[in-house]
Design a protein around this ligand. Structure first.
Ligand SMILES: *Cc1c(COP(=O)(O)O)cnc(C)c1O
Length: 455
């Protein structure tokens, strides 16, 4: 009989985060001040983040200990199961072995609490009483609401207006955990008023919501800001996923040829892939790590590697990354978590150095893959996760043709129980694909060149 689920005991949960900065052959270029374009110092970030997270952001230490209070809260849902997708394998008739790490068992249904918990904890330890943040589809806002409520921190969430209207139940979940939720753009901030002045009916974007949340933190000494992806410390917190998966795979005797994850800003991809990349970089292993993005927001496969702002208004530091331009507003696809114009700095450098690879998939192919997964494995995946599943299925079919018994691991980074509206549209045949034309991408990148002249 094939093993289906592989569990770790609580005592086997990793006690340290893995920091890939220690092993990267080329370290990323430094973030630059948005106005002076000089490399940032810790004092530039101090208004936004607690000192411990700033230290982690620039650390090159290989392992960083997970505080006991964070481990204790992780134990509500960690270690998460590793599951062999035996029914999917059978439906595909593939010789490939498919494993998935299931992060949907967390309190808010995705991998996001893995970083929300330590971020809330470090803020609490430094006496912070209130945080602001943004949220796109709502996964991050829910995770941080849960963590802040646990540690007794107030939270204000700027939620992209489109999602605020389309996913009202996410707002209710955030309110349940005591957070204040504001539709973005709002008239509470200069950034929001600026956008509303230009576009009164703006549906909002992650870049705009970030500008609003950062502005509030900058203007109030007792308020700090928290980000759910992109930054180095966020990616590092997620490495608990891959470290667990590595231990669980050891118990099966299998080792992956490929690790696949969806890509928004890079956190769930980094979380599952970096512990395997560690083996590539230090032990000569050859695990292929593949990040998968939507064709409608193809920064890794069609974007440009250069300095760009992380937000729309240009208030946050310039980051060296693959980007489509900070004022690029991606089409309204249903994988809201993947509608961000840029990619994390570390992942961008790894891609530039050819140490990882990237692919893009159309929305309709993603949902077809998610349907097959639900019908075989019984779990309805988040639309973001469907990007990984579509790629896994393509690889499993390839394995069937070549007869190679590949082992594939992917990150099932969230369930889709708040995304049923999207599945309803798919089932009704009303889902449209958005593939950006080369001209549209060229236009976005040209306007980026014009808007930021590097000194
Ligand atoms: C936020 C989110 C993503 C995208 O963000 P990453 O930082 O790239 O992981 C993907 N999937 C789910 C379920 C999310 O909540």
């Amino acid at each position: 009989m094939k093993t289906k689920k592989i569990y770790l005991n609580e005592g086997e949960m990793p006690t340290h985060y893995y920091n890939i900065m220690a092993d990267m052959p080329n370290k990323p270029l430094p973030p630059l001040h948005p106005v002076t374009q000089q490399p940032l110092g810790p004092e530039d970030l101090a208004p936004l983040f607690p000192m411990e997270l700033i230290k982690q952001e620039v650390s090159t230490e290989r392992y960083i200990e997970i505080p006991e209070a964070v481990q204790e809260l992780y134990r509500i849902y960690r270690p998460t199961p590793l599951i062999r997708a035996t029914a999917l394998e059978k439906a595909l008739g593939t010789p490939a072995k498919i494993y998935y790490k299931y992060e949907g068992v967390s309190p808010t249904g995705s991998h996001k609490p893995n970083t929300a918990i330590p971020q809330a904890y470090y803020n609490k330890m430094e006496g912070v009483t209130k945080l602001t943040t943004e949220t796109g589809a709502g996964q991050w806002g829910c995770a941080l609401s849960f963590a802040c409520q646990h540690f007794g921190i107030d939270l204000q969430v700027y939620m992209v207006k489109l999602s605020y209207q389309q996913k009202p139940y996410r707002k209710v979940l955030m309110n349940t955990f005591g957070a204040e939720v504001i539709a973005s753009p709002s008239n509470l901030t200069d950034s929001g008023r600026q956008i509303l002045g230009q576009t009164p009916d703006s549906p909002g974007s992650l870049g705009i919501a970030i500008s609003e949340a950062v502005e509030v933190a900058m203007k109030n000494e007792n308020i700090k800001y928290s980000l759910g992806s992109v930054l180095n410390h966020v990616l590092m917190h997620q490495t608990i996923i891959g470290q667990e998966a590595l231990k669980q795979l050891e118990m099966t005797g299998d080792f992956p040829d490929m690790v696949i994850a969806p890509f928004g800003g890079g956190s769930n991809f980094a979380g599952i892939a970096f512990p395997f990349l560690h083996l590539n970089l230090t032990q000569g292993k050859k695990v292929e790590c593949i990040a998968v993005e939507p064709t409608s927001c193809p920064k890794l496969t069609k974007g440009k590697f250069r300095y760009d702002y992380g937000d729309t208004v240009g208030m946050v530091p310039l980051l060296p990354m693959y980007t489509l331009g900070h004022d690029f507003v991606p089409p309204s696809i249903h994988a809201g978590g993947l509608r961000y114009h840029g990619a994390g700095v570390i992942v961008s450098q790894l891609l530039k150095d050819g140490l990882i690879s990237a692919r893009s998939v159309k929305q309709s192919e993603c949902f077809a893959a998610g349907m097959l997964f639900a019908q075989t494995e019984g779990i309805l995946p988040a639309p973001e996760a469907n990007h990984a599943i579509a790629t896994v299925i393509a690889e499993a079919k390839k394995a069937k043709e070549t007869g190679e018994a590949k082992t594939i691991l992917f990150n099932l980074c969230g369930h889709g129980h708040f995304d049923l509206h999207a599945y309803e549209q798919y089932l009704g045949g009303n889902l449209v694909d958005h593939e950006l034309t080369d001209a549209e991408i060229e236009y976005a990148l040209e306007s980026l060149e014009k808007s930021i002249q590097m000194k």
